[in-house]
Write a protein that binds this ligand. Sequence first.
Ligand SMILES: [Cu+2]
Length: 151
Amino acid sequence: MKNLIIAALLLPTMLLAHDYTVGGLQIIHPAAGATAPTAQTGAGYFQILNNGDAADSLIEVIADFPRVMIHTTEMDGDIARMVHVDSVEIPAGETVTFAPGGLHVMFMGLNGDPFEVGEKFDAVLVFENAGNVPVVFYVEDITDLSDHSNH
Ligand SMILES: [Cu+2]
């Protein structure tokens, strides 16, 4: 990840909430959880507010990893399972939260380059109506309750 750090942003990340507004959508604080050194996957989170009059859908996330997917977490008895979702609707007037234990973006194929606190990386959130929204994920110390060992 080191080549993706944005050198200009050297301020303490914990103090900086960041957000992006496009049309009626507001994307709040994209953040990814720091991973173990050998992790193959990392997870990203944010909130999306839809202040507009029409629903929109997050249909894809693009970033510089071998594979990026939108997942949700479903409970199968006591076992949390990852389920791939094709799109996430953001209804008008509502907020959708990506958070540990629920919806998340899965960055796959870290291949020995783990997410470390303080790093940042670029991504593009692709919405059906709002189009491509470039964002920066901040890597933070986020407790991930879900088990990512099997994908
Ligand atoms: Cu996942």
